[in-house]
Design a protein around this ligand. Structure first.
Ligand code: SUG
Length: 446
């Protein structure tokens, strides 16, 4: 049997904009109210996905969400026609309105936590959508995310879908952004590393002081239970509260793992030595490559600015590892010097490829935020909805779909335009046909 890691990239939705919604995410706040280019954003993401497919990787896409979220606006008391709901909300509650327009589902690293069948008690691939409770705009995602995941991974024989955790800060869960899996081979049982920002119930434990810790230990433990993971296959590590206060709002902004490699910044974790000893012990006899980046080589602020750790580390079909980095890393002298050196060191990482995903980066989303990793064997891969997998044909269709429906400029002041809602729904309706998802969106269920 063959095993693959398949990256499912989030398609950027037609309302991609910069509304400054994410306190604690430096890029989101500093680009608030800038003009966005949804067409370019969607194309940059799709091109990165296609480039990985062209490198011989298995690559899929996940559909975006319906925005503006008229259903939520109605739940919050805005009434009348859809156009009136938009106008009233934009005028009476602009912050709430903007939250209901965000295209944030594009960052599919936050869509769910996924455990491959080799790790789970029932031998199925498990999915738990993230509840994303810490930010109102993101807390609107889990239900439709669940539907999209079920339409993508349909077969009950292979896939086990859970409901997202209770919508409460005690169980704040940001999905795969705080979860990395190490393994000797994608098909072998691995070590699932859950990184949390704070303890929800034991408030005597250290926590960040300035910015929120979005993920709790208790959420991580609940997911491990739901997925039927064994204690021998799980390690919990607390993120260093000081780096959260420097803008590291998810662990995937300060570390990334793949197979036997954990690439991390020296300040990423609390109790690093103890946690790494546990990882090595659970990983087994082969050594894990713990690749540490020192502060004097790359300060935390440069890591946050360039997203050095929001890179994808992928294993190419020839067995070599490559690092997929945003062009911001290339443009920073210290970081590009570091990456040039990294590929010459005695580690499995031998190549670096740079991608322009600037539209997403301006909201704090790098290459790794844009993808959800799903390790599958060949039978499971055959059971995936084939229309969601990216080949040359699907790439051409999606590219043409973006050209047809997306605007090339959007200001936050355009978001209440009723025409944008119509454009957005028309685009998503067509997308559900291209990807053969069925009726996953609220507007399709009226
Ligand atoms: O949740 N930004 C996202 C970025 C998510 C990045 N994902 C990972 N690190 N895996 C967030 O903060 C900004 C939206 C705005 O401000 O318009 C936003 O939601």
């Amino acid at each position: 049997m063959q095993h693959f890691e398949v990256n499912f990239d989030g398609l950027v939705g037609p309302t991609h904009n910069y509304a400054g919604l994410s306190f604690g995410n430096v890029a989101s706040l500093s680009n608030a109210n800038a003009s966005s280019n949804p067409k370019q954003a969607a194309k940059q993401g799709l091109q990165k996905a296609k480039a990985l497919a062209d490198m011989g990787m298995k690559q899929g896409v996940l559909a975006p969400q319906e925005r503006p979220d008229v259903l939520t606006l109605r739940r919050l008391g805005f009434s009348g026609s859809d156009a009136q709901v938009l106008q009233k909300a934009a005028k009476q509650a602009p912050q709430v309105f903007l939250a209901c327009c965000s295209a944030s589902s594009m960052w599919t690293a936050n869509a769910a936590t996924v455990s491959p069948s080799a790790d789970t008690a029932d031998g199925k691939v498990h999915f738990t959508p993230a509840n994303l409770t810490n930010k109102f705009h993101r807390s609107l995602e889990p239900q439709v995310t669940g539907r999209i995941l079920q339409a993508t991974f349909q077969h009950e024989k292979y896939f086990n879908h859970h409901v997202h955790l209770p919508d409460n800060e005690f169980f704040g869960d940001e999905g795969a952004a705080n979860h990395t899996r190490l393994c000797s081979n994608y098909g072998h049982a691995g070590v699932e590393i859950f990184v949390y920002g704070r303890h929800a119930f034991d408030v005597t434990q250290p926590a960040p002081k300035k910015y929120p810790a979005r993920q709790t230990l208790e959420a991580c433990q609940a997911i491990a239970r739901l997925h039927g993971l064994s204690d021998e296959g799980v390690v919990y590590i607390q993120q260093n509260p000081d780096v959260i206060d420097q803008g590291v709002f998810h662990n995937d902004v300060i570390s990334v793992g793949n197979q036997n490699v954990l690439f991390y910044h020296e300040q990423a974790f609390r109790n690093t030595e103890q946690a790494f000893a546990e990882i090595q012990q659970k990983f087994g006899d082969q050594p894990v490559h713990f690749i540490k980046v020192d502060t004097h080589d790359v300060p935390v602020l440069d890591a946050v600015k360039t997203y050095l750790f929001n890179t994808q580390i992928i294993t190419l079909p020839n067995g070599e590892m490559a690092i997929i980095a945003p062009t911001e890393c290339q443009e920073n002298a210290a970081v590009s010097a570091y990456l040039d050196k990294l590929v010459t060191l005695n580690t499995p990482i031998k190549q670096v490829h740079y991608f322009d995903v600037k539209q997403s980066m301006r909201n704090g989303g790098g290459p790794a935020c844009l993808r959800l990793r799903v390790a599958l064997n060949d039978q499971e891969l055959d059971a995936v909805n084939p229309n969601t997998l990216l080949d040359d044909n699907q790439f051409e269709r999606l590219n043409a779909w973006i050209d047809k429906h997306y605007r090339d400029q959007l200001l936050v002041s355009d978001l209440h335009d009723p025409q944008l809602l119509i454009e957005s729904r028309t685009a998503l309706d067509e997308l559900t046909q291209i990807l053969k998802l069925g009726s996953v969106y609220p507007f399709q269920q009226d």
